[in-house]
Write a protein that binds this ligand. Structure first.
Ligand SMILES: *Cc1c(COP(=O)(O)O)cnc(C)c1O
Length: 360
C-alpha cells in the first residue's frame, strides 16, 4: 500500500486514522455483526452514531442551543435552491459574488425572487474579496449571502460583511471546521462535507431556529423544507448514514487534535510554508491578493501554461496528486485541508524548489 499526498479540492484527503478505523469496522461495527452501511437508520447503534456526531460538532463549533444541526443530502449545491425556497419571504435577497459557487447560488436564487448582486470581484477574476463594510443592502432583503472561502480562486473573507442587521447565510464548504467561528453571527452556515470533513453527497446545515418555518415558497417539495428535517432530527427519510458515521469519526479526530483553535494554528503554520515560498520564488507566484488568501486552497502559476502542465505532470510522478488548477482558471492549486499533514506541504515546497532550479 502506498498513499500519495492528495492536494485535491474535493473530494479530498481524510485523516488516515479515520480511514483505518472505518476499515477495521467494515465487517462488524461495534459488535453488531454488520457494517454501518448495512444497518437500519432506526437502529439503536445508528441512533448512537448520529446523536454522538451531532453533539461532537456542537462541541467543536460551540453551536448555540437555538441552532439546529441538519445532516442532509444533495451536497452543497442543493442549498443554492433550498435557501431561497425557505427564506425568501419578501422574495428579495442580496448576494456577494466572489467566485463560481457564489455565482451559482445567486443564479439559482434568481429563479425564486429578486436576487441582487450587491458586490462582486469578477472584474479581477475573483482574486480578491470586495470591501463589504458598507454595501447597498436592500431594505427588504430576506438575507445576505456569501461564500466564505472560495475554493476555486483561493480567497477567504477575513471579516464578515456588514449586513446592516439582515440575516447572514454562508457557504463554508471549503473552510468547514478549519478554524473557530462565531455561529451566532449567521442565520445559516452550511457546508458540503467532501472538502474538509467526509465523503461527498452530504451537506451539514447549521440553522437558527426562527428560520425554520412552514412559511416557505409555494410548491417547495417536502424534502426541501428545513422544517421537515429539523422536526425529524435528520431522519425524515433514510439519511446518508455512512457519511454521517465517517463525519462523526472526523469530529472525534478533530477533538483529539485539540479542537478548532488548534486546527487554526496548524492550518496557519501549514499555509505559511507554501505562501512564504510563493512570495520568494522567481518561477511560481500566488494569484490572490495577500490579505484575502485562503488557508485551505492555494492557487499559483508560473505564467506559462506549458510549464504549468509540465509541473503538474512531474509532481504527479513524484507522488503529489491533484495539483492541477480548476478547469476554468488553469495553473495549479494546492488544497491543504485539515487532514493534509504539514510534511505534505513541506515536501511539495521542496519539490517546487527543485523544479524551479531545473526550469529557470
Ligand atoms: C465544492 C463546493 C460546492 C459544491 O458542492 P457539491 O457538494 O458538489 O454540491 C459548493 N460550494 C463550495 C464553496 C464548494 O467548495
Amino acid at each position: 500500500m502506498s498513499r500519495v499526498y492528495n492536494f485535491s479540492a474535493g473530494p479530498a484527503v481524510l485523516p488516515e486514522e479515520v480511514l483505518k478505523e472505518a476499515a477495521a469496522e467494515m465487517l462488524d461495527y461495534n459488535g453488531t455483526g454488520m457494517s454501518v452501511m448495512e444497518m437500519s437508520h432506526r437502529s439503536k447503534a445508528f441512533e448512537e452514531i448520529i446523536k454522538t456526531a451531532e453533539q461532537d460538532i456542537r462541541d467543536l463549533m460551540n453551536i448555540p442551543d437555538n441552532y439546529k444541526v441538519l445532516f442532509l443530502q444533495g451536497g452543497a449545491s442543493q442549498q443554492f435552491a433550498m435557501i431561497p425556497m425557505n427564506l425568501m419571504k419578501n422574495k428579495v435577497a442580496d448576494y456577494i459574488v466572489t467566485g463560481q459557487w457564489a455565482k451559482k447560488a445567486w443564479q439559482e436564487a434568481s429563479k425564486y425572487g429578486k436576487a441582487n448582486k450587491i458586490a462582486s470581484s469578477e472584474d479581477e477574476t475573483f482574486s480578491y474579496i470586495p470591501d463589504c463594510s458598507d454595501l447597498p443592502i436592500s431594505e427588504d432583503a430576506d438575507y445576505v449571502y456569501i461564500c466564505e472561502n472560495n475554493t476555486i480562486y483561493g480567497t477567504k473573507f477575513k471579516t464578515l460583511p456588514n449586513t446592516k442587521g439582515k440575516t447572514l447565510v454562508a457557504d463554508v464548504s471549503s473552510c468547514f471546521l478549519s478554524e473557530p467561528v462565531d455561529v451566532s453571527k449567521y442565520g445559516i452556515i452550511y457546508g458540503g462535507v467532501q472538502k474538509n470533513v467526509g465523503p461527498a453527497g452530504m451537506v451539514i446545515v447549521i440553522i437558527r431556529e426562527d428560520l425554520i418555518t412552514d412559511d416557505v415558497l409555494e410548491g417547495t417539495p417536502t424534502m426541501l423544507k428545513y422544517k421537515t428535517h429539523a422536526d425529524a432530527g435528520s431522519l425524515y427519510n433514510t439519511p446518508p448514514a455512512y457519511n454521517i458515521y465517517i463525519c462523526g469519526k472526523v469530529f472525534k479526530w478533530l477533538k483529539k487534535m485539540g479542537g478548532l483553535e488548534k486546527m487554526k494554528e496548524l492550518n496557519e503554520k501549514k499555509a505559511k510554508v507554501l505562501y512564504d515560498f510563493l512570495d520568494e520564488s522567481k518561477l511560481f507566484k500566488g494569484t490572490v491578493r495577500k490579505e484575502d488568501r485562503s488557508l485551505m486552497n492555494v492557487p499559483f502559476v508560473t505564467g506559462d501554461a506549458d510549464l504549468d502542465a509540465k509541473f503538474v505532470k512531474e509532481a504527479k510522478e513524484a507522488g503529489f496528486e491533484n495539483l492541477k488548477g480548476h478547469r476554468t482558471v488553469g495553473g495549479m492549486r494546492a488544497s491543504i485541508y485539515n487532514a493534509m499533514p504539514i510534511e505534505g506541504v513541506e515536501k511539495l515546497v521542496e519539490f517546487m524548489k527543485k523544479f524551479e532550479k531545473e526550469n529557470m
